[in-house]
Design a protein around this ligand. Structure first.
Ligand SMILES: NC(=O)c1ccc[n+]([C@@H]2O[C@H](COP(=O)([O-])OP(=O)(O)OC[C@H]3O[C@@H](n4cnc5c(N)ncnc54)[C@H](OP(=O)(O)O)[C@@H]3O)[C@@H](O)[C@H]2O)c1
Length: 308
């Protein structure tokens, strides 16, 4: 039985990971900002010990990693302004790493970064050694966060692993629902590649990485077949019996008040090469392509009957 710390245990990925580890009989400490939510209460009832804290406030992290062997930093930030991104991702990792270093029990530290560090490399298959070229605020901050973590790994042999995750989907975060609800919008021509990963596959990776990942490594986390955005949304719409998607200019998104960093994320083309992770974890994906998920959720026979 191992002891895990999950920062962001109330989140989409964090709560599922906590559930999985508890089911396997492990001890889990969940760091959350607000313990009074149905998700946290449910996990606490299942045996998770709740630590109320905030990664941007080091005074709330004293002792948080005590006796813990593996740490997951799965925190996220949706606020782009007022330095929030930097506070969460750069300062937050710094504070959590300091708490882990003091504990002396931590053998693995995993941070879920994203693909913004790569910028907009187009149709090239992007491995982890591809040049870093952020094109918007989120990318710049993620590069700084990753550098902070890698510096600790290099200078202090801190056992960190960085995961550059593609777009995470699954039950409750489903491109099919987004299309059906009219919130899947294409800015630009839609020919940009988007890398996806199903949450079940991601959880399998997170469980395996503390023992099978290489300390100090960066891993791309995506499925085997990144799709062009327009290809994906056209296919979903076809299966739902809808007309093909419209496209909108990024300028119209700017005019509508969307933050340039969000537009940058929505229009970037990043086609992740996942071979390093699959090699190190000897992994077969349950959802090697988003089409596997579409086939499960919207089999073609259903799609035809919906369209009739
Ligand atoms: N979703 C994606 O498509 C995607 C893509 C690439 C990478 N990622 C990364 O994958 C990880 C998991 O994503 P997710 O979708 O599960 O995120 P999520 O559902 O938004 O959950 C994020 C969690 O972080 C917590 N949090 C935020 N700021 C915090 C702080 N200062 N101190 C402590 N906790 C804090 C939130 O707590 P509250 O409940 O208090 O707000 C929430 O539980 C994140 O690191 C994210 O950046 C996600």
């Amino acid at each position: 039985m191992a002891y895990y710390l999950i920062a962001g245990a109330s989140g989409y990925v964090g709560s599922r990971l906590a559930e999985r580890l508890l089911t396997a009989g492990h001890r889990v400490r969940g760091l959350v900002r607000n313990p009074d939510t149905p998700t946290v209460e449910r996990l606490a009832a299942r045996g998770m010990s709740v630590w109320t804290g905030d990664l941007t406030r080091p005074d709330t992290l004293v002792g948080v990693a005590e006796s813990v062997s593996a740490v997951y930093n799965l925190t996220s930030c949706l606020v782009i302004k007022n330095g929030s991104l930097r506070h969460t991702f750069v300062d937050g990792n710094q504070h959590l790493i300091a708490a882990c270093s003091r504990a002396r029990s931590v053998r693995a530290y995993l941070f879920t970064s994203n693909v913004a560090a790569y910028g907009n490399p187009g149709a090239t298959l992007v491995g982890e050694d591809h040049p870093i070229a952020p094109t918007h605020a989120l990318g710049t901050v993620m590069v700084a966060a990753e550098q902070t973590i890698m510096q600790a790994a290099r200078e202090h042999r801190f056992p960190a692993i960085i995961l550059r995750c593609g777009s995470i989907y699954g039950p409750g975060r489903d491109p099919i629902d987004a299309v059906a609800q009219g919130v899947a919008t294409i800015y630009g021509d839609g020919r940009n590649f988007v890398s996806h990963i199903h949450v079940d596959d991601l959880i399998n990776m997170l469980v395996a990485l503390p023992s099978e990942g290489q300390p100090g490594a960066i891993y791309n986390v995506g499925d085997d077949q990144p799709m062009r955005l327009i290809e994906l949304l056209s296919e979903v719409r076809q299966r739902l019996g809808m007309v093909p998607p419209r496209t909108f200019s990024p300028a119209s998104a700017l005019a509508a008040g969307l933050d340039p960093a969000i537009i940058g994320m929505l229009t970037a083309s990043v086609r992740l090469d996942n071979r390093r992770l699959k090699h190190d974890l000897h992994l077969t994906l349950r959802y090697p392509s988003l089409r596997t998920w579409l086939d499960e959720r919207l089999p073609t026979e259903t799609a035809i009957s919906v369209g009739v």
